[in-house]
Design a protein around this ligand. Structure first.
Ligand code: ASP
Length: 448
């Protein structure tokens, strides 16, 4: 029978009330059989996530300080949830083990992993589901890299004969038996791995927003939710800073062709965002706009190089690239003209080697002129439909021209999936608003 894997983030499990919502979501669809919880997150703006409380405990333990009060506060959070739910379980034994372990070996990853471990125990008991310790099935090599094949086999073996299970997110175990976590937000990755292992029809990732937004809500008022996005489009937007999902959560489901549905625990009736394979058949999809999303990032510099007859000089670009390579720099974009070349890089990474890079480029290619321009923002207009829609780029630039925004750089890849535009950092918010207005507010909804 087809199953769904459901992952719930920290804010979805922050208190008893959230647990109730989660249980009702799970119980409302009997395909939702495999559940991956995060640790309890923030209940209100200035609240502290259990994961952060655990890191703090571990730090104190590591420097020989007394952490009993900190641990007691964590225990109170779980006990609060347990008693508010009217449950009758005790985590005393688990907490005794954690205290002993932290005193003996205050390891950061082990400490942090306990947030998910304990929450998994509580949720499994509340749902009446089986509990599977992630340390039994999620396997890393000794450096902390996930061993996907081994993990998938271990999960399949462990769930044999089980109709359901709660598997805590965020951590696993190395081949040497040491608890390791993914990077922050890593329960998303666990959910994706479990979806792959159980061959889920869908991976539902429940959080506190109703999906990916077309643009940053701090810039555009009340932006639309993206209803469907391909993995590739998502990667473009995520690279530019739009984030809801852990980056490493894409691969395990993408390789298995499983869609991800971002959903809102606090608004379960919202359809959320569907993240689908690149070759997904969109013909059945309802209406959509020409572009899928807009995202921008500040903090770039461009190295502008000019030299007469540059285009005739064989190896010119290679020599410049070699300087970047020797200085450990990667670049973002490199539009060029006949006698000019301009390279966009992360300003922070460039800073420590700035003068060195300039002088080495001068030495290697003897340019007529070279300068660095700072304060550049890059914005990406992303959309799979741009390829088949004439005039998209013209409209992007018209919207910016009307706002008197000077475009410093343009880059459209051969995939025609995105247009990359460089503007002054101070122009970035207005550029995003104008493009949003042009494509979302003023565009009649079209057929996909
Ligand atoms: N609890 C962990 C964190 O705060 C992992 C997660 O929530 O996915 O990063």
């Amino acid at each position: 029978m087809a199953v769904k894997v459901v992952k719930f983030g920290g804010s979805s499990l922050a208190d008893a009330n959230q647990f109730r919502k989660v249980a009702s979501i799970i119980k409302s669809d009997d395909k939702r059989k495999f559940v991956v919880p995060s640790a309890p997150g923030k209940r209100f703006k200035d609240d502290v996530k259990v994961t952060d409380m655990l890191y703090q405990c571990c730090e104190k333990a590591g420097s020989g300080e007394d952490f009993s009060e900190d641990l007691a506060r964590i225990k109170d959070r779980y006990n609060g949830i347990i008693s508010d739910l009217g449950m009758n379980i005790s985590l005393d034994e688990e907490f005794a083990v954690i205290e002993k372990e932290l005193k003996a070996r205050p390891a950061k990853d082990y400490a942090a992993s306990r947030g998910e471990f304990l929450n998994g125990k509580v949720l499994a008991a509340y749902l009446g589901f089986n509990f599977i310790d992630a340390a039994d099935v999620i396997i890393f090599d000794t450096k902390g890299n996930l061993l996907l094949d081994e993990t998938v086999s271990a999960v399949r073996e462990r769930i044999k004969g089980l109709d359901n299970a709660v598997i805590p997110g965020f951590y696993g175990i190395t081949t040497e038996g040491v608890v390791r976590t993914f990077s922050r937000g890593g329960s998303d990755v666990t959910g994706s791995i479990i979806a792959n292992a159980v061959r889920a029809e869908i991976y539902e990732n429940w959080t506190d927003v109703s999906g990916f937004l077309v643009a940053d809500p701090r810039i555009v008022d009340n932006p639309d939710v993206i209803s469907t996005i391909t993995y590739r489009e998502l990667r473009e937007l995520a690279y530019m800073g739009a984030s809801v999902l852990h980056e490493d959560a894409i691969f395990p489901v993408r390789s298995a062709g499983i869609p991800i549905n971002i959903r809102n625990t606090n608004a379960p009736e919202d359809a959320g965002t569907m993240i689908v394979p690149n070759d997904y058949d969109f013909s059945k999809e309802s209406m959509s706009h020409t572009i899928t999303g807009i995202a921008g990032k500040k903090g770039f510099s461009t190295i502008n190089i000019e030299k007469a007859m540059m285009n005739n000089e064989i190896g010119f670009a290679m020599k410049v690239m070699k300087v970047l390579y020797d200085n450990g720099l990667s670049f973002e974009h490199m539009p060029s003209g006949i006698d000019t070349m301009s390279i966009t890089l992360d300003s922070e990474k460039l800073a420590p080697v700035r003068e060195k890079v300039l002088s080495e480029i001068r030495r290697e290619v003897a340019p007529d002129h070279i300068e660095i321009e700072d304060g550049i923002a890059i914005l990406a207009v992303v959309g799979r439909r741009m390829k088949n829609t004439r005039g998209t780029v013209a409209r992007v630039f018209a919207s910016m021209a009307h706002a008197r925004i000077n475009v410093k750089l343009i880059d459209q890849g051969s995939s025609e999936l995105n247009v990359i535009i460089g503007v002054s950092e101070s122009d970035l918010p207005e550029a995003i608003r104008r493009i949003y207005d042009m494509f979302i507010n003023s565009e009649p909804v079209i057929n996909a």
